[in-house]
Write a protein that binds this ligand. Structure first.
Ligand code: URP
Ligand code: ZN
Ligand code: ZN
Length: 484
């Protein structure tokens, strides 16, 4: 299908200008004034609308087996809900169990993801270490287009990576030109504090944030960043939720270290009072890690995004319905961790970011799409409005309004953390590789239409990093001299 988007204002991470855009065979084929077409081309009138790169959510967990259950959102329903919200690509996670072979886990997730309605890719988690993991990381990078590996520093006795695993895996990432990413929470401290809470008789969802205070995140973020600094490898910190971890990132960036930070729409907007709600189901529905933080952290995270110390926004979309959350009725540490958001991220970011003046429209595009494409090395195929790029496009109506509700959302979950909020600025149309999948309120997502996106290793960046590391910082230790 060919689509001509006429009379719109194109907004990219760099520019804002009036032009028409033609999509043919899934790609952007022409951008210019007064484009004319004949034949079977569909024409969308985008007057008064912004034409932007479709959103990239770099952190989702569709149908994840986790904490004794499986996330309720499938790769189809989740990507379709994303399309309804203007998101046209996800980067999900392959999470092997400890001792599970990385390649067989990867193949399992690739099979599940064949249902996806929009494009997708995978970070692969390194949850344990031996020579086979070292080897399989190489196969994933060289043969399967994986350029990022995830490390959970929390979830002790499950998928938590030890420091030994972090060091070995980060070092292997450097060899391969892949980027390590971390869920930064000190898993030993979380475990210890969970036990403490239970000894005190705190068994409800209010125990969740008490067992995972901001210091637990700050310590882990700083440790991971320092390990990366020592090994001269870039690092990406997922779901930065608090001042403490943002400070660790900011300090390192100020020292010239290549550190990236991701923030979730939920962490920008919601505070920890939700865990003290009198309705157990309401409080449990908000249980995710890291937890929502005390009032004050949200504004600090916004400043992180505004200053560029945080570069990407995501959702950590990981859905569990009330009957699944009920597994933790008697013990908060057994409530499956996860909340939804893929359908709402772009509108919430626009409403709280652009409508308030915190972000320019171009910064919005960078934070919802382009920066993720750049960091994970798929730019300008994704995250760009350029001739030759994939026609993953959102036509944005800045005056359109929607009241968010679990009753009307497309996400396959019975709760919405943004319930009742009216947002101004919504997608009118979403195109996924040229197909109109969201059409003025109607969802036309097609199961299986999404494609796996290879993400090449980024050696040029690493060469720069290694060069920069050669320049001695004032306080740096010269290890070559130490050896002598
Ligand atoms: O609570 C969360 N975030 N669940 C999904 C797994 C993770 O930690 O990202
Ligand atoms: Zn996480
Ligand atoms: Zn996650």
């Amino acid at each position: 299908m060919s689509v001509l988007i006429k009379n719109g204002t194109i907004v990219t991470a760099e520019e804002t200008y009036r032009a028409d855009l033609l999509s043919e065979n899934g790609l952007i084929s022409e951008i210019g004034e007064n484009l004319q077409v004949s034949g079977k081309t569909r024409i969308i009138d985008a007057a008064g609308h912004y034409v932007m790169p479709g959103g990239i959510d770099p952190h989702t967990h569709m149908e994840l087996p986790f904490m004794g259950t499986v996330a309720s959102e499938s790769f189809y329903t989740g990507t379709a809900a994303g399309a309804a919200g203007g998101t046209t690509m996800i980067i999900d996670f392959v999470i092997p169990d400890p001792q599970e072979n990385l390649l067989s886990a990867y193949r399992k997730w690739r099979g599940w993801a064949e249902k996806a309605a929009t494009d997708y890719s995978f970070h692969v988690a390194v949850t344990w270490w031996d020579e086979s993991v070292y080897h399989d990381m190489g196969v994933l990078v060289k043969e399967h287009g994986v350029n990022s590996f995830k490390h959970f520093m929390a979830y002790k006795n499950a998928i938590m990576a030890t420091d030994e695993t972090l060091v070995n895996s980060f070092s292997r990432c450097l060899e391969l030109g892949a980027i390590p990413t971390v869920h930064a929470e000190n898993g030993e401290l979380v475990y210890f504090l969970q036990e403490e809470m239970k000894k005190k008789g705190i068994l409800g969802p209010e125990g969740h944030p008490l067992s995972r205070p901001p210091e637990v995140e700050g310590e882990a973020a700083n440790r991971a960043i320092r390990i990366a600094q020592t090994l001269n490898v870039p690092i990406y910190v997922v779901h930065v939720s608090c001042q403490e971890s943002l400070e660790a990132i900011t300090r390192a960036r100020n020292e010239g270290q290549r550190v990236y930070g991701e923030v979730l729409a939920g962490h920008l907007e919601i505070d920890d009072s939700v865990y003290r709600h009198k309705d157990w189901e309401y409080a449990a529905a908000h249980v995710m890690s890291p937890p929502f933080r005390p009032k004050g952290h949200q504004e600090i995270l916004w400043r992180g995004l505004q200053s560029g110390n945080l570069q990407t926004t995501a959702t950590d979309h990981c859905c569990f319905c009330a009957d699944q959350k009920a597994a933790g009725r008697e013990d908060f540490s057994k409530i499956p961790n996860g909340t939804a958001g893929i359908e709402d991220r772009m509108a919430v970011l626009w409403d709280s970011g652009v409508n308030t003046g915190r972000l320019t429209k171009n910064e919005f595009v960078a934070a919802t799409s382009t920066n993720a494409a750049r960091i994970f090395n798929i730019y300008p195929r994704k995250g760009a409005i350029q001739v030759g790029a994939d026609a993953d496009i959102v036509v944005w109506n800045p005056e359109g309004e929607r009241t968010i509700s679990a009753k009307t959302h497309h996400q396959n979950v019975d709760f919405n953390i943004f319930e009742g909020r009216t947002v101004r600025g919504i997608p009118a149309y979403t195109l996924s590789r040229g197909q109109v999948v969201w059409d003025k309120g109607e969802l036309h997502a097609v199961e299986g239409a999404g494609r796996y996106i290879d993400r090449p290793a980024f050696n040029p960046v690493y060469e720069a990093v290694n060069k920069a590391a050669e320049l001695k910082r004032p306080h740096a230790v010269d290890r070559t001299e130490q050896k002598g």
